[in-house]
Design a protein around this ligand. Structure first.
Ligand SMILES: Cc1cc2nc3c(=O)[nH]c(=O)nc-3n(C[C@H](O)[C@H](O)[C@H](O)COP(=O)(O)OP(=O)(O)OC[C@H]3O[C@@H](n4cnc5c(N)ncnc54)[C@H](O)[C@@H]3O)c2cc1C
Length: 382
């Protein structure tokens, strides 16, 4: 009998794991269960080119799925029963032989800013389309959260001539991603492009009738839209109690992506954390390349019944005001920041116990591979 691979989450992990599995096995039955009504699409353009107007909505979809797997859109997984190998969904039970969890993450909601027609928590294509339509009329917006998504939206809005105020309770932008030296330069880049920052203060109220945002320091801004990018949490409630799940990290998996002791089952992308053999800890990454790489790696391990570990240094990118920002390695809260000698642009390194764990390059991508090798060498020698 044909084996059945079920992938829960019809986005990047769902698509990439399914394609990798199909390449390895022409016979296996592959079902992708996706909560959204859309087929898999790319999220990175949603906060950049789609808002700036340089990419149309029909260009964000991923290709090659139709012939490789069965997609069941609008199907929400509610629970997992590993003993029976069953996923309970909004459309009934689905049994599996092999299972990939790829349910990603969802935005953290702020009590002061309930989602509404002009308060957007940007995660999905539908969110981006709503925001894009608001951009057509807006002269001013507020962005709450100075992380990647918030800063990218700020950049896209400025390039459409819209006034932007970025509000964050942290004292600097990218506080959860970078050190203070990098944050300072990124803030400067935005200010040179006309972005206003209100930092070290949280939003205390929002009046949708007047479009007024008020912060803890009493600052008020009149805007036509509020975009919230206040972080995400793994969408793992449907497996909690059944699998090892840690707050903020999602489902915990070994270095091969499989959840130890639960048979032929694993997690990839924003929904989980893999043990990283070089960092020696569970690493949670909420970025594109890692989700795509883990999805294919896990599919190969599941289908071939192997446990090959993934040792790749996590990578992500962002683009703000036409400047590329690239990050190698996960953030460590206690790392020491040093400025790197780069031939162009700027760069920062982050040392933990004297070893280089993370590198951030702003506007200078040329020597990315060199830094990847350097981080790997230092982690191996420790
Ligand atoms: C606006 C935006 C811009 C980004 N830009 C960049 C960038 O420039 N660079 C970068 O490296 N990364 C970027 N990212 C991050 C990157 O897109 C994510 O890391 C990637 O999408 C993660 O893929 P995933 O498949 O793990 O999760 P997701 O893409 O979140 O997909 C998970 C899917 O599972 C579905 N789902 C959730 N729960 C259930 C359930 N119970 N049952 C069924 N389906 C369910 C969801 O609806 C969703 O479709 C960006 C993200 C966003 C939101």
């Amino acid at each position: 009998m044909k084996r059945h691979l079920v992938i829960v989450g019809g986005s990047l992990v769902g698509h990439r794991a399914a394609l990798a599995a199909r390449r390895l096995d022409r016979e296996i039955e592959i079902t992708v269960l996706g909560a959204e009504r859309h087929p898999p699409y790319q999220r990175p353009p949603l906060s950049k080119q789609l808002l700036a107007g340089s990419v149309s909505p029909d260009r964000v979809y991923m290709h090659g799925g139709n012939t490789a797997y069965t997609l069941r859109p609008g199907t929400v997984a509610h629970a997992l029963d590993t003993s029976q190998k069953l996923v309970a969904t909004s459309a009934g039970e689905v049994s599996y032989d092999l299972l990939v969890i790829g349910t990603g993450a969802r935005p953290v909601q702020l009590a002061e800013l309930p989602p509404g027609p002009s308060v957007i928590y940007l995660r999905t294509l539908d969110d981006a389309l709503l925001l894009r339509s608001l951009f057509q009329e807006a002269s001013a917006i507020a962005v709450v959260g100075a992380g990647f998504v918030g800063l990218e939206v700020a950049s896209a809005a400025r390039h459409r001539g819209i006034g932007v105020t970025v509000i964050d309770r942290a004292p600097r932008p990218l506080a959860s991603v970078a050190g203070s030296g990098c944050s300072r330069v990124v803030q400067q880049l935005h200010e040179e492009n006309g972005v206003e920052f209100l930092l070290g203060t949280a939003v205390t109220s929002w009046d949708p009738l007047t479009g007024t945002v008020t912060t803890g320091t009493g600052a008020e801004r009149r805007v036509q839209a509020v975009v919230v990018g206040a972080g995400v949490v793994p969408a793992t409630e449907w497996v909690e109690g059944e699998l090892p799940v840690e707050a903020g990290k999602g489902v915990l998996a070994g270095a091969d992506g499989c959840v130890e002791g639960y048979g032929q089952l694993g997690v990839a992308g924003d929904a989980g954390s893999w043990f990283h053999p070089l960092y020696g800890r569970y690493v949670h990454v909420e970025h594109y390349e890692t989700a795509a790489t883990q999805a294919a790696h896990l599919a190969a391990n599941l289908l071939t019944d192997q446990a090959t570990p993934l040792e790749e240094i996590p990578f992500c990118w962002s683009e703000q005001h036409g400047t590329l920002l690239q990050v190698l390695g996960p953030r460590s809260e206690y790392a020491t920041e040093i400025e790197l000698d780069t031939p162009s642009g700027k760069g920062w390194g982050y040392l933990e116990n004297g070893r280089l764990e993370q590198v951030i390059l702003l506007g200078s991508g040329a020597n990315l591979d060199q830094w990847r090798q350097e981080i790997t060498a230092q982690l191996r020698s420790a």
